[in-house]
Design a protein around this ligand. Structure first.
Ligand code: NDP
Ligand code: 8X3
Length: 258
């Protein structure tokens, strides 16, 4: 039987835009209680307000930086009781900075990607997973990327960070085996979000060219895939999913009509 999300608690990191925001809408519509985590408080509050208005969803917003291990650990281990029983953790917070060869790379960009995409995911998971294991139920969904399966020119550290996420997802299968907890890794291809705007530090023209000449995926497309994985019967665990725009064959080949 498909799993119902009514009254289930879903913690989404990086919920203030893109894929994370779309997951918030999709899971609220399915009846879940939400914990939305990101750094931009105003965005989170606007989303929470709309979710409450549209779906009557109960939402807790957490203004947190996933890189801040102490804040993550203390906040997530002391969540108000109505939200403290996290059933689903969607590790989505992540970013890319720059696009350059390694020999010309910027240490600050590298640290931000590794600290957010890998270490941030570890801090959040370490704080939430023990309780799931204790109750013998729960699910962790990691948003990695096609970039973690196939490198592309100048993608070096971002690709490595996402390969790291993918391998952590795989390793976690061993850690939770026999506990009832499920782990899913999702690798999306190109999704039109704020991702490229962040990568190119606000350069709108450069960011928009990434998505020109073909139909990229939307955050909602990925959110629907996340929902599908989350609602499989409890004896079914989707370990790994690759989801691409139809126009994208690989990181290196996108059919564009420019
Ligand atoms: P967005 O830039 O639209 O969203 C990124 C989200 O991550 C924002 O909510 C941002 O919130 C949050 N975030 C970033 N850094 C931190 C931090 N230090 N602490 C807490 N939250 C943080 O991009 P996407 O929606 O596209 O990205 C979501 C995930 O999907 C990322 O992991 C990305 O790598 C992955 N992905 C994206 C693809 C794409 O083509 N767009 C394809 C494959 C994977 P805030 O700034 O408010 O903190
Ligand atoms: C984001 C997709 O191909 O821009 O992970 O790296 S890509």
């Amino acid at each position: 039987m498909a799993v119902s999300l009514i009254d289930k608690t879903v913690l989404i990191t990086g919920a203030s835009s893109g894929i994370g925001e779309a997951c918030a809408y999709t899971f609220a519509q399915a009846g879940a209680r939400l914990i939305l985590l990101a750094r931009r408080r105003e965005r989170l509050e606007e989303i929470a307000h709309t979710l409450h208005e549209q779906y009557g969803a109960k939402v807790l917003t957490l203004e947190l930086d996933v890189r801040d291990r102490e804040a993550i650990t203390s906040t997530l281990t002391h969540i108000p009781s109505e939200f403290s029983d996290v059933d689903f953790l969607i590790n989505n917070a992540g970013l890319s900075r720059g696009l350059d060869t390694l020999q010309n790379g910027d240490y600050v960009n590298w640290e931000e990607m590794i600290d957010t995409n890998i270490k941030g995911l570890l801090w959040v998971t370490r704080a939430v997973l023990p309780k799931m294991i204790e109750k013998g139920d729960g699910m962790v969904i990691n948003i990695a990327s096609i970039a973690g399966r196939q490198a592309y020119p100048n993608g070096n550290v971002y690709c490595a960070s996402k390969a790291g996420v993918k391998m952590l997802s795989e390793a976690l299968q061993f850690d939770v085996n026999g506990t009832g907890v499920r782990i899913t890794n999702i690798d999306p291809g190109l999704v039109e979000t704020e991702f490229s705007l962040v990568r190119f530090r606000g350069d709108e023209k450069r960011a928009s060219t990434v998505y020109k000449g073909y139909t990229p995926m939307t955050g909602e497309d990925v959110a629907e895939a996340v929902l599908f994985c989350a609602t499989r019967p409890l004896h079914v665990s989707i370990h790994d999913m690759l989801i691409m725009p139809t126009a994208q064959a690989s990181t290196q080949m996108v059919h564009k009509n420019l």
